[in-house]
Design a protein around this ligand. Structure first.
Ligand code: 5AD
Length: 332
């Protein structure tokens, strides 16, 4: 096991059976996390990149089985921010020193590519990177958004197990999701993907495939975290025990894709106290504080208990683990 970790640390390559062995053996977890931390330090350094997250709409046309904002959930208040409100939130974040604005929403076709392009152009008048996380669109729409100045795009594959993907995503297609990711890469976006860990019927085998998929796509960013069951979804009774396995998938992702950006996701912090710091010490180098106003943030309930980041305490916490906050845009 130790020689496998050494191999990953030195060559950034593992076969699928090797990944499976490391995922299955929990006696080597600390060694794995430490190796990922060394690779993180060597390739992307001690700077943590902060990305300001704006959740601008929770009105969704999809029905993903795990997600609290799924269309069929009638128990949440829906909202849509108008372009001027989105731009104002972005400006506030830039004034606080953020160098990346992440515009995230449910899959809401109210926002045409042209509308979003105008918002992006306005934000890009400032010295900032813009990341989009708005779900599946056509090549043409992705192109309009790229031409408007968007730099990055996040679209998790969620799982590479096609059968599981089909069960969890009614009226969606795995092939189209792959198409989206390929289009984004081709258009020159820094492209982020990732997966959920702890889905019902998800296997170690398929998590190994997920990691290899990140490498094959040459993902520029990988965001992942444990499933946190939401009471108003079909997965409400699933156990929320994916933290340590998520951390292992994260560490292996860092070993195999040494120079990419990997966030310590909010789901990690929500399910485990100190989870964000543990992720930052096991390969992660990005944190995405939510800058949506309190009122709308509480309605963007993908999963319950969503933890927020106390910005004032961040720098101090990072300092305690010998890390600093980056002053640049933090491209790959
Ligand atoms: N628990 C954890 N993560 C979730 N996501 C959606 N629903 C949940 C949940 N219940 C993740 C998905 C999506 C991202 C924005 O949030 O992976 O891509």
């Amino acid at each position: 096991m130790k020689s496998l970790i050494k191999k990953a640390e030195e060559s950034h390559f593992l076969s699928k059976p090797e990944i499976i062995r490391l995922l299955e053996d929990n006696s080597i977890n600390d060694e794995l996390f430490r190796a990922a931390d060394r690779v993180r330090k060597k390739f992307v350094g001690d700077e943590i990149h902060l990305r300001a997250l704006i959740e601008f709409s929770n009105i969704c046309s999809r029905n993903c089985f795990y997600c609290g904002v799924r269309a069929e959930n009638k128990n949440i208040k829906r909202y849509r921010l108008m372009p001027d409100e989105i731009i104002q939130l972005a400006k506030n974040a830039l004034n606080s020193g953020y160098k990346t604005i992440v515009l995230q929403s449910a899959e809401d076709m109210y926002y045409t590519a042209e509308m979003l392009a105008d918002i992006i152009k306005e934000i890009k008048k400032n010295d900032t990177a813009v990341t989009l996380s708005i779900g599946e669109r056509s090549y043409q729409e992705y192109k309009i958004l790229k031409d408007a100045g968007a730099d990055r795009f996040l679209l998790r594959i969620e799982t590479t197990d096609k059968e599981l993907y089909r069960k969890l995503h009614p009226n969606m297609s795995f092939e189209n999701r792959i198409r989206c990711l390929k289009d984004l890469k081709e258009l020159g976006y820094e492209t982020g993907t990732g997966c959920l860990v702890g889905l019902p019927d998800q296997t170690i085998n398929s998590l190994a495939d997920d990691i290899l998929f990140f490498k094959e796509l040459d993902a520029d960013m990988v965001g992942l975290g444990p499933l946190i069951p939401h009471k108003d979804t079909p997965l409400k009774d699933v156990k929320a025990d994916g933290f340590w396995l998520s951390l292992k998938v994260l560490a292996l992702t860092r070993l195999l894709l040494p120079d990419i950006n990997i966030p310590a996701t909010t789901a990690m912090e929500t399910i485990q106290s100190n989870g964000r710091i543990l992720a930052l010490q096991s390969g992660a180098n990005v944190v995405m504080p939510n800058v949506t106003d309190e009122f709308h943030r509480s309605q963007y309930e993908i999963y319950p208990g969503k933890k927020s980041v106390d910005y004032t305490k961040l720098e101090e916490k990072f300092k305690q683990i010998n890390r600093t906050i980056s002053q640049n845009k933090g491209f790959r």
